[in-house]
Design a binder for this molecule. Structure first.
Ligand code: SAM
Length: 213
């Protein structure tokens, strides 16, 4: 049986081995304990490099993918970031150590309530978690320096592209929900958008409308 320190060492090793080299991202992921975000029977698997089930039939993403997406987002300390798909709150918590302000939106109210509780406990006061359909972004707080979407859309959603500041970056999985999707990095230029394909991924779908719970 591995002790806690060994599990956490392996956890960070898996993230580094997946190509995450940005020291700020690695430090943020070292500070945020994924174990706090995984409940019940899956709690003892929190330090494995795999997605795990959370409430409302959703998932907490694979840690190495969280690291790669965060690295691709290239967040600066003055940035205002929007995350679509709060889920457990883990990705938002990692971002909170890199950005000035993080807004995170989730269609399941129950997940938002649970994530808010964790942010309060951890003293992460620069995160605002809201129940909303994130396909429309968060117009009242736009524009954003960075946008990260943690559910797969068939195309980068138009309202999110519109809410990206010029020079801003969005990272979004794009493709059908039942297939392998592509992780795309979109950069907003003065004259349009630059699209870069990063790697294949598998995410739950971005669903329009609020969830039942
Ligand atoms: N970032 C999360 C974390 O760190 O645990 C993992 C997110 S999970 C892979 C995707 C989340 O996106 C789910 O919680 C799902 O309910 C949410 N979601 C799907 N469609 C959405 C939408 N239109 N607006 C907001 N959230 C949405």
């Amino acid at each position: 049986m591995m002790d806690d320190a060994e599990q956490k060492m392996r956890f960070l090793f898996a993230i580094r081995s997946s190509g995450v080299t940005d020291a700020r991202v690695l430090a943020a992921m070292e500070r945020i304990d994924r174990g706090v975000f995984v409940k019940g029977i899956f709690a003892d698997r929190a330090y494995e490099d795999m997605p795990l089930p959370i409430a409302c039939g959703q998932t907490i993403s694979q840690p190495s993918v969280v690291g790669q997406m965060t690295q691709a987002l290239n967040v600066g300390p003055r940035d205002k970031v929007l995350e679509v798909g709060t889920g457990s709150g883990y990705q938002a918590a990692v971002l909170s150590h890199l950005a000035r302000r993080v807004y995170t939106v989730e269609r399941h109210r129950r997940l938002v309530a649970a994530a808010r509780g964790i942010f309060d406990t951890l003293g992460l006061t620069n995160i605002t978690a809201l129940s909303a359909d994130g396909s429309f972004g968060l117009p009242e707080q736009a524009p954003f320096d960075r946008i990260i979407v943690t559910a797969a859309a068939e195309d980068p959603p138009g309202p999110l592209l519109a809410q990206l500041r010029i020079g801003g970056i969005m990272v979004v999985p794009v493709g059908q929900s039942d297939a392998v999707q592509s992780l795309i990095r979109v950069t907003r230029l003065e004259t349009g958008f630059d699209y870069e394909e990063l790697r294949p991924v598998r995410f739950v779908p971005l669903i329009e409308g609020m969830g039942q719970d």
